[in-house]
Write a new protein. Structure first.
Length: 292
């Protein structure tokens, strides 16, 4: 093991993740209309694969500002219930606010670590996670916890990014930061935006955790803005992962990185505006129904 290469510290990583989301919570909430437009179709696909219907109890892991929690709450209706969880109390405050603004009364929010769910076994009909599972230091632990709280026959559905090549609006900034901050490439199994996107990886992770009847589907989800500058502002304000990667740089170095990213993103500027290439992967697994 090379002593010069910084070793991954899951405890420190999680603390930093919490800090970043506490800091970017307001921006994530403010960009909600953009998030809805960008991820709306993919979210509908996730909820459909999870089999969400009237009267069910749903757990949303890494719920963020809760757009998908609200979509789930509308599907389960007044007789159903959604528990939106996240490690950031700030972002859940916005989720609560969004639910109130939408006149939704069947969502509860609770600060909770997806790897350590303080919930009873077999209490939820479905578990969902939109672009959250990729950032868990121990994805297996998180998946096993989700499986544990599901009722037999219940489903877990997650949205993750596919591969860097298919998500250049995000992978180009990641690669620029990695280069500038002299970060080593992530090791297999380490958290990160593309940690579950390679073919067969998320299916294997679900299977290893104990899920059955696993399926996945690719969904085109282009990111549309008026300009590359607007896309940069969106990423700069609300993508905690990018700030996390830059934490070792000086303010001056960070500014230089953002300038380089903006120039690179101009590749996706068209006559009609900015078209950021993005492909999501939606996966679902089921909890075995025990016979006898």
């Amino acid at each position: 093991m090379d002593p010069d290469i910084p070793q991954f510290d899951p405890v420190e990583y999680k603390k930093m993740t919490r800090r970043q989301w506490q800091a970017t919570a307001e921006a994530w909430y403010r960009w909600s209309p953009t998030l809805n437009k960008w991820l709306g179709n993919t979210t509908e696909k996730m909820l459909a694969l999870a089999g969400i219907t009237n009267g069910q109890h749903i757990l949303d892991i890494a719920a963020g500002a809760g757009e998908q929690s609200i979509m789930a709450a509308n599907k389960v209706g007044v007789s159903g219930y959604v528990l939106a969880t996240d490690i950031s109390s700030n972002i859940l405050a916005f989720a609560k606010q969004m639910a109130q603004q939408a006149g939704i009364n069947n969502i509860e929010t609770k600060v909770m670590d997806g790897e350590n769910l303080t919930l009873e076994d077999g209490t939820f009909d479905a578990v969902i996670s939109r672009v959250g599972l990729i950032y868990f230091p121990d994805q297996q632990k998180a998946l096993k916890e989700m499986l544990r709280v599901l009722k037999p026959g219940g489903r877990m559905a997650a949205i993750v990014y596919s591969t860097p090549e298919r998500n250049k609006f995000f992978s180009i900034p990641v690669s620029i930061i990695r280069n500038r901050a002299k970060l080593p490439p992530p090791l297999p199994g380490q958290p990160g935006p593309f940690s579950l996107g390679t073919e067969g990886v998320i299916e294997k992770a679900f299977s290893q955790a104990g899920f059955k009847n696993i399926k996945s589907e690719l969904v085109e989800a282009p990111l549309l803005f008026e300009s590359a500058k607007e896309c940069l502002r969106f990423e700069k304000e609300s993508f905690g992962a990018l700030h996390q990667m830059m934490s070792g740089l000086s303010e001056q170095e960070k500014e230089a990185v953002w300038e380089e990213i903006e120039i690179a993103l101009q590749e996706f500027q068209t006559e009609d505006g900015f078209l950021g290439p993005c492909e999501m992967l939606v996966a679902v697994g089921e909890k075995r129904v025990h016979m006898g």
